[in-house]
Design a protein around this ligand. Structure first.
Ligand code: ADE
Ligand code: ZN
Length: 334
């Protein structure tokens, strides 16, 4: 099974680039930029990664991002993630980035974009991995800050396929960003949103109806509303599910209790993703392996996660076709 998973072509649609900052790189960048961090070693950083809920993680995640200062930092961060994609046979990745985490510290929006886009372009050429970039608004900040961020993205519209919504879900429902998302859609962006991770299933409905998202990030609380599950199946709305994240943040008490396999059986379009792999104990292969350890899954079911993600990706039709072909070739070889 591990061997099958290792070779399985994969597509990642839910990855926060700031969440791929490994403690070793955090230390290296802290040194390079003369920034004090409250830990003595990378191991000490890892020991602090014991989360009780989403907020307890976010507090540490925003603190960690403070070592990211220069264009080279963002390049190195992104390149390290793309190398992990290569190792895990991820053929296509759609990355979230949180500009407000950086601009609020005086780090220039354009510098962030240059660093990330430089590494993504290099990965396409040198590693053959295609990618897209999704700008996320931090939902704990206000509408004005989101509009300001959307304006700063104007010059980079060609490099950003969609806008998304992340950070603290409780107390910050989708409707808070209705006008920002409407403007973004008018400007030609696709939309996605974190919903139904810790927050209620009604956030999923509001993300679909108010923000008009193309897919839902997490969405696992949909099961609280059977009518919504039927809608997700009928409309084939994709959920970018993150198994290790959900167990680390206590959305589920254990991997055995995770509902992704139930959702797959029901006919919901679900995929497997790593969310913040440096914080949650693993990249794509680790997420697939953790699931396969806890649930009986056939090769076909594991491949269906990839196939669903290809269909829900923001690639053009030609690239989707190529990815489905590569998946089929792999399955035919088994
Ligand atoms: N930002 C980074 N990871 C996140 C998650 N799992 N939920 C909400 N916001 C996030
Ligand atoms: Zn996320």
């Amino acid at each position: 099974m591990y061997q099958f998973i290792a070779g399985l072509p994969k597509v990642e649609l839910h990855l926060h680039i700031e969440g791929s900052l490994e403690p070793e790189l955090m230390f290296q960048l802290a040194k390079r930029n003369n920034i004090d961090i409250p830990y003595a070693s990378p191991d000490e950083v890892r020991a602090a990664y014991d989360f009780s809920n989403l907020q307890s993680f976010l507090d540490i995640y925003y603190q960690g991002a403070q070592v990211l200062i220069t264009e080279r930092d963002f390049y190195d961060l992104t390149w390290a993630y793309m190398l992990r994609c290569k190792t895990d046979n991820v053929l296509h990745a759609e990355l979230f980035f949180d500009p407000q985490t950086h601009t609020s510290r005086g780090v220039d929006f354009d510098l962030v974009m240059k660093g990330i886009c430089g590494a993504l372009a290099a990965a396409e050429i040198e590693l053959g991995i295609s990618s897209q970039l999704i700008l996320c608004f931090l939902r704990h900040l206000d509408e004005a800050s989101a509009f300001d961020t959307l304006n700063q993205a104007q010059a980079w519209k060609q490099q950003i396929v969609a806008v998304g919504l992340d950070s603290s879900e409780l107390g910050h429902p989708p409707e808070k960003f209705a006008r920002v998302f409407a403007t973004a859609r008018q400007q030609g962006y696709l939309t996605v949103a974190h919903a139904g991770e810790e927050g209620p299933s009604s956030n999923i409905i509001d993300a679909l109806d108010i923000l008009q998202v193309s897919r839902i990030d997490h969405g696992v609380r949909c099961v609280d509303d059977p009518q919504l599950v039927t809608r997700l199946i009928d409309e084939q709305i994709h959920l970018t599910v993150c198994p290790l994240s959900n167990t680390k943040l206590k959305v589920f008490a254990s991997m055995e209790q995770h509902n992704i396999v139930d959702l797959l059986y029901k006919g919901v379009s679900v995929g497997v993703n790593s969310d913040d792999p440096a914080y949650f104990g693993g990249y794509m292969n680790d997420n697939f392996n953790a699931l396969a350890n806890a649930h009986p899954l056939t090769y076909e079911q594991l491949a269906k996660f990839t196939s669903n993600a290809i269909d829900a990706s923001f690639c053009n039709a030609q690239r989707k076709y190529e990815l489905q072909q590569q998946l089929q070739v792999y399955l035919d070889k088994q």
